[in-house]
Design a protein around this ligand. Structure first.
Ligand code: ADP
Ligand code: MG
Length: 291
């Protein structure tokens, strides 16, 4: 190995906002043939906003207030969207007790003496909440690529809250640049299948998988590697740390969860998906010089 080329390569990368951890990360990155992206905060902006509040018999504001009260303690981007929507309507929140996050599914808490659960189909199934009344509306909203959560009160579905998280303007260019180099682009998301499909179509992805709960993402990466692929996984969140670690190369995208940085071979200093093809290109060029 010629250290001068290595130093020059990693130095050029750092200037572009790409931190390559060590020579092992560089070696693995140069041969990557599939890039798996997380959706939220990686291909999308990660700042969803509430677009629809659906209730049959009842007031939308009452349900939004209940939901925001449960979400007030959560750091999840969806939680922040619901709290912001309640805030802009001037709704006054109630304190939540026994708040519990169910990773990749939703949250539960007690508000105003009522047991409230907010989350996806998996959470509602776990809690045996009958969601049939809202099934048609839910499907219609998901077909618009919106993330939809069901709100249940004392075990009964009382409505839906839909949120939209815009695709980052540079995601399409990033995907196209990778594909132009013969690298397949896939997406793993905790979000529902219709949302995954809509984002996949908008970006021209080679494949999408959803809903995949966080604990199954690492296994999905492992399966691709056993198929002989050399896999890079790109993600932002604490949730994604096991998936980043399971890939040949973990690429942590710039919002700085410490766990993600530790498990990542490559760290992008800005949340710009175009840094992914840039990083792999620098790795390829540098590796060609030092081997
Ligand atoms: P992603 O894979 O897109 O990063 P997550 O694994 O964080 O998504 O979440 C997956 C799904 O779990 C969300 O789409 C949502 O349906 C549900 N969920 C997660 N956190 C919350 C929350 N605080 N409130 C309601 N639903 C949630
Ligand atoms: Mg995530």
């Amino acid at each position: 190995a010629t250290p001068a080329a290595l130093v020059a390569g990693t130095g050029a990368a750092a200037k572009a906002g790409i931190l390559i951890k060590d020579i092992e990360a560089l070696e693995r990155a140069h041969a990557v043939d599939v890039v798996v992206f997380d959706k939220t905060g990686t291909l999308t902006a990660g700042h969803p906003a509430v677009t629809d509040v659906v209730v049959f018999g009842g007031r939308g504001d009452d349900m939004l207030r209940l939901a925001a009260s449960v979400q007030a303690a959560s750091e999840h981007p969806l939680a922040k969207a619901m709290v912001a929507a309640a805030f802009f309507k001037g709704l006054v929140l109630s304190p939540a007790r026994e708040a519990r996050a169910v990773t990749g599914r939703g949250v539960t808490a007690v508000v105003d003496g009522r047991r409230v659960a907010i989350g996806n189909a998996a959470l509602m199934a776990e809690l045996a909440v009958d969601t049939r009344l809202y099934a048609k509306e839910l499907a219609r909203l998901e077909a618009e690529a919106k993330t939809v959560v069901t709100v249940a009160r004392d075990g009964e579905a009382v409505g839906l809250i839909a949120m939209a998280d815009p695709i980052r303007p540079d995601s399409r260019a990033a995907v196209a640049a990778l594909q132009a180099r013969g690298i397949a682009c896939r997406m793993l998301t905790g979000d529902a299948a219709p949302v995954a499909a809509a984002v996949g179509a908008a970006l021209g992805l080679d494949g999408v998988e959803g809903p995949v709960p966080p604990e199954r993402k690492a296994a999905a990466i492992g399966a691709m590697r056993r198929d002989g692929r050399i896999v890079a996984m790109v993600g932002d969140g604490i949730n994604d740390a096991p998936a980043l670690a399971a890939a040949d190369v973990g690429i942590a995208i710039g919002t700085g969860a410490d766990v993600a940085l530790e498990t990542a071979g490559i760290t992008l200093m800005r949340p710009d998906p175009r840094l992914v093809p840039a990083a792999l290109e620098i790795a390829r060029a540098t590796w060609a010089k030092i081997r």
